[in-house]
Design a protein around this ligand. Structure first.
Ligand SMILES: Cc1ncc(COP(=O)(O)O)c(C=O)c1O
Length: 410
């Protein structure tokens, strides 16, 4: 029987200090707080929520009325074509979620035992799990401190003769320095697969995420810039990867004969109902990106002069979509630590979320990375959390959240 890996904080030694406290319950209605006089429709400010204000219902209704509700239908195709075009790629391959988009993309490369894949220590667990599903070996690199993205110098150092792919993650919607990465990879014939799960519409030197490597992988989970409830997409210019991904996502049925399989495929299909949602969401993506950027600028204006608070950076070559608006808390300079500030916000009706716990600290990967340290990832984990970040956030809500952060440390 399968047994979860148990890892006590004692076993973690020094690393235990970066693990967040238990989640604070978000309790008090912030409407009840007198200084906030702009009534909101919400009793708490959620960390994120979908914005479904376009043709979602209309398209889903059309799918139902025409009986195309499973994994064939025009909405999937239109969503694939439209999203690929948005990212500047030839092909879009829709699938069940962002995790399987990553797995599918790696599977098309034929990765297996003995192959190494480089990825950041600071990411969400799906990135590394996709490598594990292939039986390949994950190799971690730290983040750089300036933009909280994968450190290119470390990538070069970690390449071996067995390195087959690199998985840059555009963390929190900020693109990775892709020219530097592509140069390193091209010299050695290594595939670059972007984990763009958090970066719909993000740009690197004017080019959109998803079109910056050999393939890009997106998530359309409910908290992403656009959502299909659950869903994912691979974007690519590579015809062979596209056709293999379409085939593998559908049990690898062969073209010459039904129920004839030459590869181990998967059922990673998206439904036409999700495609209908996706197409309606895609029509609003530019507006949603603009809202995220507007909200981020508003937060930054209000927070950047508070001692001990670091607002999210944006490189000159980047257009971040601020999927989540993350801040760092320097406990000494601010007067309380990250967990204390989260507690104070939760008590005032503001939901927040801690940054990722790095991969070398995860119980399930503890033995694999035993003794390895990634100081920037660890600092991000210890001090970072994100504020309410939905596109639907209104300016008064941002004023309120920023006001709490300014006042509670005094
Ligand atoms: C960086 C990153 N990669 C992959 C995923 C996985 O996407 P999904 O939840 O759709 O499987 C996520 C999800 O949130 C993510 O943040």
């Amino acid at each position: 029987m399968l047994k979860p890996v148990e890892l006590s904080l004692e076993e973690m030694g020094e690393l235990a200090a970066i693990i967040p406290a238990a989640e604070p319950e978000v309790t008090i209605s912030y409407q009840a707080i007198p200084r906030f006089d702009q009534p909101s429709r919400r009793s708490i400010i959620p960390v994120c929520e979908p914005t479904l204000q376009g043709n979602e219902l209309k398209y889903v209704q059309q799918a139902v009325e025409t009986n195309w509700i499973s994994s064939m239908g025009s909405f999937i195709r239109d969503f694939e074509t439209g999203f690929a075009e948005y990212c500047g790629t030839h092909y879009g391959i829709a699938c069940a979620n962002g995790t399987v988009a990553l797995h599918l993309a790696l599977a098309t490369l034929g990765l297996g035992p003995g192959d190494e894949v480089i990825l950041p220590a600071f990411t969400m667990i799906a990135t590394i799990n996709a490598v594990t599903y292939c039986g390949a070996t994950p190799v971690l690199v730290d983040s750089e401190a300036a933009y909280w993205q994968m450190d290119m110098n470390q990538v070069a150092d970690k390449i071996t003769a067995r390195t087959k792919a690199i998985l840059p993650v555009h963390t929190y919607g900020h693109p990775v320095d892709m020219d530097a990465l592509n140069q390193i990879a091209a010299r050695r014939g290594i595939w670059v697969i972007e984990d763009a799960a958090e970066a719909h519409g993000a740009e690197y030197k004017g080019r959109r995420a998803g079109g910056l490597g050999v393939a890009g992988c997106f998530s359309f989970y409910g908290n992403k810039l656009i959502t299909t409830g659950e869903g994912g997409m691979i974007t690519t210019d590579d015809k062979e990867i596209a056709h293999l991904a379409w085939n593998l996502r559908d049990h690898a049925f062969s073209e010459e004969r039904h129920f004839w399989h030459k590869l181990v495929g998967y059922n990673y299909r998206m439904t036409n109902l999700q495609g209908a949602l996706g197409l309606a969401q895609l029509e609003q993506l530019d507006d949603l990106v603009a809202a995220r950027r507007r909200n981020a600028a508003h937060y930054t204006r209000l927070l950047s002069d508070i001692p001990g608070i670091t607002t999210p950076p944006e490189a000159s070559w980047a257009k971040s979509v601020f999927w989540m608006y993350g801040i760092l808390v320097d406990a000494q300079a601010y007067g309380m630590n990250r967990d204390q500030l989260r507690r104070a916000l939760a008590d005032r009706g503001v939901e927040t979320r801690t940054f990722f716990i790095p991969m070398h600290c995860q119980p399930v990967y503890w033995q694999r990375f035993l003794g390895q340290r990634y100081p920037v990832a660890e600092r991000l984990c210890r001090d970072g959390f994100y504020l309410p970040s939905a596109s639907s956030l209104n300016p008064e809500e941002i004023d309120y959240v920023a006001g709490v952060i300014r006042e509670v440390c005094q």
